[in-house]
Design a protein around this ligand. Structure first.
Ligand SMILES: Cc1cc2nc3c(=O)[nH]c(=O)nc-3n(C[C@H](O)[C@H](O)[C@H](O)COP(=O)(O)O)c2cc1C
Length: 421
């Protein structure tokens, strides 16, 4: 394993540049996104980039970060900084994790496996998505060096929830993240314009199709009164994709029609619109893992989460994908921080693009942040190497920002170092 040293990034880039070698991967987010857009299919890029409605939620996230100014400190005598933190009983080298992102196979054929390998090299923990392209057991095998977590969507079937939680515990996940904000899919205009939902093509449902309880559940789908609706090339191509994306032998999949059953069952049970705080308490009682609630934006919900036994909270608006014009996570953060015990772990995602974004979130009360879309674009362009490179750049900027603001360690980053414009 090569040493991952973000502090050397800037020097390395300039030295390579002096030899005429420019970074293949854009260092700034905007160019990264533009490049990824050119590489990915229209549908894949749309799925990753899109937000709900007019996408004001995405803009709110970015605007919130740029509404803060940072206040540097002079001659603070810092030549190096310590970016390490303690989170849920584990030491992490950086206050950053990879956000759970579904259907990573849209960005790279090895999707989750590629990310897991990047996580192993960088020691930035990965959160396996409930909508992954590979089963959690396969992904876990790629990580030898650090903790990894599992993110759960609360299914209509509690037996399935139990099974997924049990599998996460068995394959070594050290925490369980329950995403609360997606009890129904947001109104995602780009995907609607494209008529594109990856799950219907059998993508992003590997945690289900590898699950023994789900396999039992899907057996009761009756395909005998299926409306054939006539033949068309488009339908044939969709069916071909489905058969190809499903585990097992292609022709056997045509014969058993299991891929069709799996998609039908998935659509029927993937979410639990009636999710309640009692369900959260129930989940807490079903696992020995720390429970982290993702998607909290209000202080009263944070307090309910605390009562339900949450061990940590992720302040998140799901990257603006669920509710248009949603409050930015960054605006929600200080209000929530104020309501919770000072040592209660609070994470934030939605809009982290730079090292100074991380610094701002930490200053406003987050203990760590989750990075989302940027790593997906980096993966689309350069696979695992792209993810490692992007993460190195992000962390290098965080280290530089800490040095220039006089923060020798993460605990020295405080609200007085940022000011709202
Ligand atoms: C393509 C895509 C898929 C996602 N899939 C999931 C998921 O499966 N589970 C989940 O909890 N959050 C999911 N998220 C939300 C992320 O975990 C995170 O909250 C979001 O990406 C943060 O916003 P940002 O990427 O703009 O920083 C997804 C986000 C994107 C962009």
């Amino acid at each position: 394993m090569s040493a991952f040293l973000p502090s050397d990034r800037q020097r390395d880039i300039y030295i390579r540049g002096s030899r005429g070698i420019k970074p293949e991967l854009p260092v700034d987010f905007r160019t990264l996104e533009e490049k990824a857009k050119k590489k990915l299919s229209r549908d894949a890029f749309g799925y990753i980039a899109c937000g709900a409605g007019q996408e004001d939620g995405i803009r709110n996230n970015l605007k919130a970060f740029s509404s803060y100014s940072l206040i540097p400190s002079m001659a603070s005598g810092l030549s190096s900084v310590d970016t390490g933190i303690e989170l849920l009983g584990k030491s992490l080298p950086f206050p950053v994790l990879f956000a759970p992102i579904g259907v990573l196979s849209l960005a790279h054929p090895r999707g989750d496996l590629e990310l897991a390998s990047a996580s192993d090299e960088t020691r930035v923990p990965m959160i396996f998505s409930n909508q992954a392209s590979y089963p959690m057991e396969e992904t876990a095998k790629e990580i030898h060096s650090g903790p990894y977590w599992f993110q759960l969507y609360f299914s209509k079937s509690k037996d399935l929830v139990d099974s997924l939680v049990h599998r996460a515990e068995s394959c070594g996940c050290s925490a369980l993240v329950l995403t609360l904000d997606t009890t129904t899919l947001g109104w995602r205009v780009q995907d609607l314009n494209h008529g594109y939902l990856p799950f219907i093509r059998g993508l992003g449902i590997a945690q289900y199709t590898s699950d023994p309880v789900f396999k039992d559940l899907m057996a009761d789908i009756d395909l005998s009164n299926q409306d054939s609706g006539g033949f068309s090339i488009k339908k044939l191509m969709l069916a071909h994709d489905l058969m190809k994306n499903y585990p097992g032998a292609y022709w056997n999949n045509w014969r058993t029609k299991d891929p069709i059953r799996a998609v039908r069952k998935f659509i029927e049970i993937y979410s639990r619109p009636e999710l309640s705080w009692e369900d959260v308490c129930w989940l807490k009682s079903r696992t020995r893992l720390p429970l982290i609630l993702k998607g909290i934006l209000r202080p009263d919900d944070a307090l309910r989460g605390l009562d339900a036994g949450a061990d940590a909270i992720v302040v998140s608006n799901h990257g603006g994908r669920q509710v248009d014009r949603v409050i930015s996570s960054l605006d929600a953060l200080p209000v929530i921080r104020k309501q919770l015990p000072t040592d209660f772990p609070l994470l934030l995602d939605s809009g982290i693009r730079t090292g100074s974004d991380i610094f701002t979130a930490l200053a406003l009360g987050a203990n760590a942040v989750l990075v989302g879309r940027p790593y997906v674009y980096a993966m689309a362009l350069k696979g695992k190497a792209g993810v490692v490179e992007w993460m190195g750049n992000l962390l290098a900027e965080l280290e530089i920002t800490m040095k220039l603001t006089g923060c020798c360690k993460i605990s020295e980053i405080h609200p007085g170092l940022v000011i709202r414009k």
